[in-house]
Design a protein around this ligand. Structure first.
Ligand SMILES: [Zn+2]
Ligand SMILES: [Zn+2]
Length: 204
């Protein structure tokens, strides 16, 4: 009973320590970097009334999984300003047309390659450490905990990869990067710089 009360008080009076704050600000930075700015700033032709122009952007759908294969997925809710028709199919066709020939940047592929290498190298490093440690008598049964700990490196590796891929859209040749996330084409995210129209196809 006393224990429970103390726990309750602890959580009630909880304040972030210096380390917590540093961790939180790091996570905030990470979240800000990988966050997508949704939008749609490309003309579309309405399939119902036939009018051509900039559609009306009405937000985006959260938590929608990407379509399988090479199919486009449009998260943006966009509508024809003339008749109100939802233009998801038109946008999907347009996205496919715009990005089908756009290659994933070489740098992006290199980041993925390094991530995969890391997935093999980190456990290998731990295994080596384990082996040497056992030989030298550094640790006894704790050794297996060290091997298990290597599994926790996957998440930071994924985060580092996501961050590095996200950094690719933090700059643009035009000097005013403003990448809007237009949707997915297969497993690739499609971005367009609103300042200059440059297209970027990224994978992570
Ligand atoms: Zn229309
Ligand atoms: Zn640009």
């Amino acid at each position: 009973m006393g224990e429970r009360n103390r726990q309750f008080n602890l959580s009630g009076d909880w304040t972030a320590t210096g380390d917590d704050k540093r961790m939180i600000s790091l996570l905030n930075k990470y979240n800000a970097a990988v966050r997508n700015t949704h939008g749609w700033r490309v003309d579309l032709k309405c399939g119902r009334c036939g009018s051509l122009g900039m559609p009306r952007y009405e937000g985006w759908i959260q938590g929608m999984a990407a379509n399988a294969g090479d199919q486009p997925t449009i998260y943006a809710k966009i509508a024809c300003p003339q008749c109100g028709n939802r233009l998801t199919d038109e946008a999907g066709t347009k996205l496919d047309e715009l990005f089908r020939e756009t290659p994933v940047p070489e740098k992006n592929n290199r980041i993925i390659g390094e991530f995969i290498a890391g997935l093999f190298l980190v456990p290998l490093l731990f295994a080596c450490l384990l082996y040497v440690g056992v030989q030298m008598g550094w640790w006894g049964y704790n050794a297996f905990l060290i091997l298990a700990a290597s599994a926790f490196f996957v998440q930071p590796l994924v985060m580092i990869m996501n961050y590095r891929v996200a950094m690719l859209r933090s700059q643009c040749e035009c000097g005013h990067p403003e990448y809007l996330f237009m949707g997915m084409l297969g497993r690739n995210a499609c971005y367009r710089c609103s300042s200059c129209g440059r297209q970027l196809r990224l994978r992570d």
